[in-house]
Design a protein around this ligand. Structure first.
Ligand code: CP
Ligand code: NVA
Length: 287
């Protein structure tokens, strides 16, 4: 029996806790010995591709990186036919897609696990690394205040919101009109004022204002988010908070260079934890 991992909600609090426990272990055996992992990427990636490839190697398997034009989801052949073909050779499919429905359709078409490596809606592997990072820094996340400032209706914010609910952290999202998280889970607070969001927060998180695939909205987004940059003054209004960012960051837009480089920036710890959660999550879906 294998499991897909398309959203944090799929996992629930138990699944999140199980993956985090696996992610703390460096030795998880070789469940992929002699097997392949198909990594389908429709968008660029530094952290996700590299952490996933290395996680596959650490679990004894062989990663095959496949760029969008090589398989052509719904252009060269249907997403279902791509998934069925890859399932003839591989033990798992990990995919970064433009359209989340490609993931659900591939998952429905095959019995091997399909894992979301970022879609337009969700970025669950990022959220698992974020929770692992916050746990390491604070010890206990239940009741801890987390603030997210900026584009609250994006993939990173959505998965972070679901993950915070799963571990009992208190998340406040601050976004301008029109960019609030549309399907926020119960228990997540949404405000317009970044200062209100960061009050008492132990973590202040942001992401780019223009996500991959949104370039035609860039001008409107730069205007809408102008008051939402995480700078030293905003960080000072939180409670000795750690700064978090999924990366890549656009210094001078959603965050200042100074905040990125400050002693309270945990962004490289997050990046490293992508490795550990990639391995833990793969072991979990294969178990
Ligand atoms: N955070 C993240 O997913 O980075 P990449 O786009 O480089 O994989
Ligand atoms: N929201 C960003 C995250 C990148 C890891 C994007 O989708 O481009």
């Amino acid at each position: 029996m294998s499991s897909d991992l398309l959203t944090i909600t799929d996992l629930g609090p138990e699944g999140v806790a199980e993956i985090l426990a696996l992610s703390e272990r460096t030795e998880l055996g070789r469940p992929l010995a002699g097997k392949g992992a198909a990594l389908v990427f429709q968008k660029p990636s530094a952290r996700t591709r590299n952490s996933t490839e290395l996680a596959v190697v650490q679990l004894g398997g062989h990663p095959v990186y496949i760029q969008k034009d090589e398989v052509g989801l719904d252009t060269r052949e249907t997403a279902e036919d791509v998934a069925r073909t890859l399932a003839c050779y591989h033990a798992v499919i990990a995919a970064r897609v433009m359209d989340h429905s490609h993931l659900t359709r591939m998952a429905d078409a095959v019995s091997i696990p399909v894992v979301n490596r970022l879609s337009d809606k969700d970025h669950p592997l990022q959220a698992l690394a974020d929770i692992l990072t916050m746990n390491q820094l604070l010890g206990k996340l239940e009741g801890a205040k987390v603030a997210y400032v900026g584009d609250a209706d994006n993939n990173v914010a959505r998965s972070l919101a679901q993950a915070c609910v799963a571990v009992g952290a208190e998340l406040t999202l601050a976004s301008p009109d029109g960019y609030a998280l549309r399907d926020a889970p119960d228990g997540v607070r949404q405000v317009a004022d970044p200062t209100e969001a960061v009050k008492g927060a132990r973590f202040v998180y942001t992401d780019v204002w223009v996500s991959m695939g949104q370039d035609d909205e860039a001008d409107a987004r730069m205007k809408a988010f102008a008051g939402y940059r995480v700078d030293e003054a905003l960080m000072a209004k939180a409670e000795d908070a750690w700064f978090l960012h999924c990366l890549p960051a656009r210094r001078g837009e959603e965050v200042t260079h100074g905040v990125m480089e400050s002693a309270k920036s945990a962004v490289w710890r997050q990046a490293e934890n992508r490795m550990h959660t990639a391995r833990g999550a793969l072991a979990w879906v294969l178990s």
